[in-house]
Design a protein around this ligand. Structure first.
Ligand SMILES: [Zn+2]
Length: 391
């Protein structure tokens, strides 16, 4: 029996690089891996595995053949990128090797799904993944291939009858929702900043799934400015009850770190400590409702020094069964590496100094005048009855 957790990593995923000035700087992935190594998670608690890039037959589980061809052409000749497929745009500039780097990231998420489904490991992490905006026929929002949707699709192909996807990125998980809109085998739950104030302007509570899959899409549209207590209250007032009712055989989670108060692209006010608490809850929920089968992915996150590496190192450590004490000092070797690579000062501790707490709807009900409670209630009213639950 191999280890209970594995981390998918191939240094070449840092080749997913839209170029200077683009917010998705691959240094965030490299610095996360260096922090994982500084905590020695790769020496025992975790098996580090590099999966093969996703091949065409796998990519076609979600993506259209003409789109894959368009990515390949743009990858070979970035000047020829076809805007009709969302390629060569400011969000998704074409770069040489784009197909290869994107397929490699997708391969890590698919490999994570396979390892968990086959029982090689209980949990698998791919923090380079979580590229949830990519659509079956086009690039969107810094995402070329939708590794999250591909991991879910691979689980279905291997025989899973019910897969749950929980997305806590600050942006709506629109590509994953679209891929399984009419598939009742997949429950997608996305908590995100309200579409009125943020890309991609979808993820309204009224989006609940297509014909034959009513209630299979769940959207919690949080007011801009939501902080730890509200974010955690929303998570705990929606996710656990739905997972208990749906009984997934595997849980795929997306941990975009762009909910953080320092993130430059969005307007929630969540701390590292709350992100860590949600990672712990996802871990616990996988054990409670999915026999421990847990595939955890990264996602957005554009505060690439101060936030992303610490957030995803916590996530990885939780999956490895060796959670890091938030009050611990960040290893000095990593802080030197950060300065060497970025000329920025690294954070000193694995915490923002918050102690997140929350109350969920189950204890004490809700306040009809509160905007956060209104958002949660809109979601519960839209989908809970379809799952036999009281809103
Ligand atoms: Zn995001």
């Amino acid at each position: 029996m191999s280890g209970r957790a594995q981390l998918m990593w191939d240094e070449a995923v840092t080749g997913y690089d839209f170029g200077p000035g683009h917010p998705m700087d691959p240094v965030r992935l490299a610095l996360t891996m260096r922090l994982v190594e500084a905590y020695e998670l790769d020496r025992g608690p975790l098996e580090v595995v590099a999966a093969k890039p996703a091949g065409d037959s796998t990519l076609r589980l979600v993506h259209r053949e003409d789109y894959i061809e368009a990515v390949r052409r743009a990858s070979a000749d970035p000047g020829s990128a076809d805007g009709a497929y969302g390629l060569g745009t400011p969000d998704d500039p074409a770069f040489a090797g784009m197909h290869e780097a994107s397929a490699l990231i997708a391969g890590q998420s698919v490999g994570a799904a396979e390892a968990v489904w086959h029982g090689d490991v209980l949990h698998a992490v791919n923090f380079a993944g979580g590229l949830h905006h990519a659509m079956p026929g086009g690039a969107s929002g810094f995402c070329i291939y939708n590794d999250a949707a591909l991991a879910v699709a691979r689980l279905l192909e291997l025989g899973a009858e019910r897969v749950a996807y929980v997305d806590v990125d600050v942006h709506h998980g629109d590509g994953v929702q679209a891929a399984f809109w009419e598939d009742p085998r997949v429950l997608t739950i996305s908590l995100h900043e309200h579409p009125r104030t943020l890309f991609p302007q979808t993820g309204w509570p009224e989006e609940t799934g297509g014909e034959g899959a009513e209630g299979s899409a769940v959207n919690v549209a949080l007011p801009a400015g939501t902080g730890d207590a509200g974010w955690l209250r929303a998570f705990h007032s929606v996710v656990p009850e739905l997972l208990a009712a749906f009984r997934p055989q595997a849980l795929v989670t997306q941990h975009g770190a762009d909910t953080h108060f320092e993130d430059p692209l969005a307007h929630l006010a969540v701390s590292l400590d709350a992100q860590r608490a949600v990672a712990e809850s996802c871990h616990a929920l996988a054990h409670e409702h999915a026999d421990g089968r847990w595939i955890a992915l990264g996602g957005g996150g554009y505060e690439v020094v101060d936030v992303v590496p610490r957030s995803w190192t916590h996530l990885t450590a939780i999956a490895a069964g060796r959670p890091i004490d938030p009050t611990s000092m960040v290893p000095p070797a990593w802080r030197h590496e950060v300065f060497r690579r970025t000329r920025q000062l690294a954070p000193q501790r694995m915490t923002d100094g918050r102690t997140p707490s929350w109350r969920d709807f189950a204890e004490g009900g809700y306040d009809p005048a509160d905007r956060l409670d209104q958002a949660v209630l809109a979601t519960r009213r839209a989908v809970f009855p379809a799952h036999g639950l009281l809103p």
